[in-house]
Each structure stands twice: as C-alpha cells, then as structure tokens.
Design a protein around this ligand. Structure first.
Ligand code: GRF
Length: 215
C-alpha cells in the first residue's frame, strides 16, 4: 500500500506580499481582507513602515501579520536607510512589494533588489498630478475627472509604467478631503483587483513601457 500523504495544510499562496505603509492603511486592509480567500492568489506576509504609531501597523498587528519599522532619522545617510529597508523587506521573501500610502521615495538598493516587482498606488491619473499633493492639485486645476493609478515603481517620482487606472468624477462641492475619500474607495478596488491578477497571471513590461498582465 502506498503511504498516505498527510492532509495538506493551508497551501502556500504563490503571491507573498510585503506592504509598505505610512498612515491609515485602508489599502493595506483591503489587501489583507482579499488574501483571506485562498483563490485570491496573494497574501500579506509582512508590513513595513517608516514611522511608529500609525493605524496601518495596528491593522497588521491585529491579525498577527509581522511588522517592521525603518525610520530615516535613525540612519546617518538616506542610502543607509534604503539598505536597511531592503534587508528588512528581503527577510520576508516577497514576490511583490506594494507601497500603499508609503510616503518615502525608494532608493537604489531597494529598487536594485525589487525593481520590476514593486507597485505603488497614486490618487490621481498619472502622468497628471504626480507627487505628494495629487488630489489638491487636480482640484485646483479644475479637472472634471481624476482618479487613481497603480504603477510599477522606478527611480522617478510617480513615473513608472502604469499597470491600471480608474476614473473618479470631481463634484462641484468637493474639497480635497471629500475627493480623496472618494478616490480611495476606487483605489482600494483597483489595487486589490490588480495585485490579485498580477499574482495569479504574472505580468510583463514591454520596452514601450506598456504593462501586460497575463501571458
Ligand atoms: C492613498 O490615497 C494613496 O494613494 C496615497 O495615500 C493614501 C493612503 O491611504 N498616497 P491608506 O493609508 O491606504 O488609507
């Protein structure tokens, strides 16, 4: 008689996600929730931050996801911080890194290790309104439609290849906060959908910088 294999424990999900955060963590929460479904294809294995005492770290701790914090001010030079963040992230052997409201630019060491598989989400339709104040600048410009963009991080500021976008109409009554909250609703859906598809189907970046999910 052939030996009976032990019952399969929870299969290792193919997509190990490390999520980098700086604030509230609603995008992180959406990824954590999505990962509860084994069919999603990706699961958050660790959360990294550049500061303490943020809601995003509480969200991870609440469900037992390991966290690490690497603060710029603890290092003599920005490059040292970048190297430390790279090492801390590498420990969790990610397939994909997701910057979800992470308010720091990643440096050479990090992009050397994870370039091409590090995503970011931005609350505007890139290449319009890159940078820290994309929502405010879109509003001030007077656009009627803005939105959110998931893109692959490169050395520029919100400049990498676009993976997915969703449009959000601007209302006459919007202030920055109201508009950002509405964008974040669309952003969470877009991020969860995009990360899941990338984990399940793979992706490639064409020389023309067009990203294709699947084969
Ligand atoms: C998102 O809109 C992200 O694009 C921007 O900051 C927000 C983070 O939200 N950079 P949260 O921390 O995921 O709730």
């Amino acid at each position: 008689m052939l030996p009976v294999a032990p019952p399969a424990s929870r299969p290792t999900p193919p997509g190990r996600l490390v999520v980098l955060v700086s604030g509230e963590g609603t995008n992180l929460q959406a990824l954590i929730d999505a990962g509860q479904d084994p069919g999603y294809g990706a699961t958050v294995v660790a959360v990294g931050a550049d500061r303490d005492n943020i809601k995003a770290l509480d969200r991870a701790a609440r469900v037992g996801i390991p966290t690490f914090t690497t603060k710029v001010k603890d290092f003599a030079a920005r490059e040292d911080w970048d190297r430390a963040l790279t090492v801390a992230t590498e420990e969790h052997q990610p397939d994909l890194i997701v910057c979800a409201g992470f308010m720091k630019l990643l440096g050479k060491a990090f992009l050397g290790a994870f370039g091409g598989r590090c995503l970011n989400t931005h609350p505007a339709l890139l290449p319009s309104f890159p940078g820290m104040h994309g929502v405010r600048e879109a509003l001030e410009y007077g656009v009627k439609v803005t939105g959110c963009t998931v893109f692959i991080v490169d050395a520029g500021v919100d400049a990498g290849p676009v993976v997915a976008q969703a449009a959000v109409p601007v209302h006459d009554t919007d202030d920055e906060q109201a508009l950002h909250e509405r964008i974040k609703v669309a952003e969470r859906v877009l991020l969860v959908d995009t990360v899941g598809r990338m984990a399940r189907e793979g992706w490639s970046v064409m020389s023309s910088r067009k990203v294709r999910i699947g084969s």
